[in-house]
Design a protein around this ligand. Structure first.
Ligand code: ZN
Length: 276
């Protein structure tokens, strides 16, 4: 049991039971083709992550040990080669049973303030918690329900990495060996292209629109902003690299340098039954 996980203070990492680990991680697409040593590193990282984060459920949601390990594994795949220090400075993970609709005041272009209640699958706060809908987390792990490339945990934790240097804008702190100009060029060109593809799809008659959306290499939500493009591209990088890399090779290349991982190169090791 991992009951100690519910205590708020920083604790010594405790081993995750082998059976629990297998049950909680075997269905995720990003596990495809990981070497045994990488899986062990991920598990150790999750143990340290779980010792430093505090989970709470809303609406009487009981956060089981399996749920914590599922969320930890998805959060930690992003920092497998970066280390848990990228998630320092905050500790709360709040889990709703399903999508939540916080009341927000939004100012439109004309300066008029509107109150919105848009349903959300997840949210990451600058210096604050990550908030997740467990229904969406579970959907990603369910082969029958999942939408290829959709992963709310990877999405919100990519925002957290982006927030290491302020508001999420699609420009996380890059490693010394990386060229910011190349990152900027790769992402701005791909973003412009993706927005035009989404707009072209939206202009189609309804019967053809869905097919055009389905043909996109990632979730159309990426067209919202440069910050969302980075978070959605990170989902695709880990979940469906076979779709992202051919569509936007320069973005894939920059993400490979940033995450220091190459999920596309792992796929042949995963076997044909594991490709999407
Ligand atoms: Zn987002």
């Amino acid at each position: 049991m991992l009951g100690w996980l519910r205590s708020r203070a920083q604790r010594a990492p405790q081993a995750i039971d082998a059976g629990l680990w297998k049950r909680a991680t075997s269905s995720w697409l990003f596990m495809r083709g990981l070497e045994a040593s990488e899986v062990e590193s991920l598990r150790a990282l999750c143990e340290r992550f779980l010792a430093s984060k505090h989970f709470s459920g809303t609406h009487d949601l009981e956060i089981s040990d399996a749920m914590q390990v599922e969320i930890a594994a998805q959060a930690c795949i992003l920092v497998l080669e970066l280390g848990e220090s990228w998630y320092e400075g905050w500790s709360e993970i709040i889990v709703y049973p399903s999508q939540f609709a916080p009341q927000r005041e939004v100012e439109d272009d004309a300066g008029v303030v509107h109150v919105t209640h848009d349903p959300m699958a997840g949210e990451a706060w600058l210096g604050g918690p990550v908030i997740l809908s467990y229904e969406d987390v579970a959907m990603t792990g369910d082969e029958a329900l999942r939408v290829a490339g959709y992963n709310v945990v990877i999405h919100e934790f990519a925002h957290k990495l982006d927030m290491r240097n302020g508001d999420p804008n699609g420009f996380p702190p890059l490693h010394k060996a990386m060229a910011p100009s190349e990152w900027k060029r790769a992402f701005s060109e791909a973003y412009k292209d993706f927005v035009s593809r989404v707009e072209a799809a939206e202009a189609l008659p309804e019967a053809r629109m869905q097919r055009a959306f389905d043909a996109l290499p990632m979730d159309p939500y990426a067209a919202e902003s440069a910050g969302e493009f980075f978070a959605v591209a990170s989902e695709a990088f880990f979940e469906t690299p076979e779709l992202l890399a051919p569509a936007y090779p320069a973005v894939y290349g920059q993400l490979r340098l940033f995450y220091r991982q190459d999920p596309l190169a792992r796929l042949p090791r995963a076997g044909p039954e594991n490709t999407i």
